[in-house]
Design a protein around this ligand. Sequence first.
Ligand SMILES: *Cc1c(COP(=O)(O)O)cnc(C)c1O
Length: 467
Amino acid sequence: MKIINSERLHIMDNQSSVWSLIRDIATTNNQEDAFYVCDIGDIVRKHKIWKAKLPRVEPHYAVKCNDSLTVLEVLTALGTCFDCASKAEINKVLSLGVTPDRIIFANPAKPASHIRHASAVGVTTMTFDNEVELHKVKKLYPDAKMVIRIRCDAVDAQCQLGNKFGCDPITEAPELLRIARSLGIDVIGVSFHVGSGCREPPVFRRAIAAARDVFDYAESLGYDFSLLDIGGGYPGGRGTSIDKIADIINSALADFFPEPSVHVIAEPGRFYVSSAYTLACNIHSIRNVIGNDPSTGIHSTHRMYYINDGVYGSFNCILYDHQVIVPQPLKQYPGAKYHSSSIWGPTCDGLDQVVENIMLPEMKVGDWLVFEDMGAYTLPVASPFNGFPVPKVHVVADENIWILLKDIVNFSDDHFEMIAKPTMNQDDFDGSNCLQSFPLRIEIPHGNGDSIFGEYLLDLVDVVPMQ
Ligand SMILES: *Cc1c(COP(=O)(O)O)cnc(C)c1O
């Protein structure tokens, strides 16, 4: 695999490495900018979970969720396929050496030039949910293999999608299939998306049953459907699990699609990346507001903390993805009293509020707040509005994951420079060391990892910069 990524890869030796790395970066070299730590190991673990829980379902990672090259490279190496929604997403995935048959163009409403592009590069599988799209495809890409997207909404989801996409499986799908047939378009299967961040697992059974009916109707028209695409919706944050959803999917597949000839795919986004990214933000300003509770007459102070990332940056997920944000102070404040507090982004917009009201210990300018589960629907949408940059990402992998990945993906040692890392012991860390200033070539240990001692940084060398 070619490394075309300019993000830095750190190799660490234990589970708590993300927080210790954050501590190191935050206390090093006058660090002030907000930054991310992305744990590759977390993505690999998610893939293992997927393979174990949903062995029949081939994941097509939804690129829109987080299109970082690190994520795409790791998933490419792990052998997942991809769901792309545009020409640029297709190109990005193809640039990693992924073959076009590993891509589904899962946008039911595609601009003409994007359809032509899919045709030019050989991405054959595309979705549709309306008649106009069929006429476009007939004209621009008559050889495409089309997948009809039906609507089946979860009662409770973080983000509903059914208001925009998906035809009604009963009242609309049959007519669309008749039209497709008369146009000579090859329809090969059914897709749906129950809603992102699905909180109603049984919806998958309803949707799979509805897809079965569409399969049967298609057969009556002379089609021989072979693809079932069960979309996205799987949760991915810490403390969430896909066990329940997986049980429901597996039993519904066994009941409605027992024939192994039906290829089952999914389009997970959030599941793969949510917990892999942790964001650290610096408190740069504080305003104490004296309040007066009219019922008790008691004076109280509300603390407003201003941090250097907000809703125009990573926290756009509050507005667009309905995320609930949980701040955690990086430091401990033993014995501290807790106060009513709010957290604000850095821009001059009153809308730029990250947390409305939360009890926090009294913090100072320069202290850090950490936000976990920030990998999904954050970075791709973030803008540097008002002159506040989108945070940089530090990529971390623990040694065992690194050794595993190295074997799978053929990372060669030439791509990296090993750099010894300053001690992780907080107490004797004087903050004067720059992480990048200790170049040292060492051997990458093989085996079970027992012999590994200390911690190291790897710097990518010979990188082709991102465009
Ligand atoms: C956004 C999207 C996904 C990913 O959804 P998640 O809820 O993040 O898993 C999958 N498929 C399509 C068509 C999408 O638009």
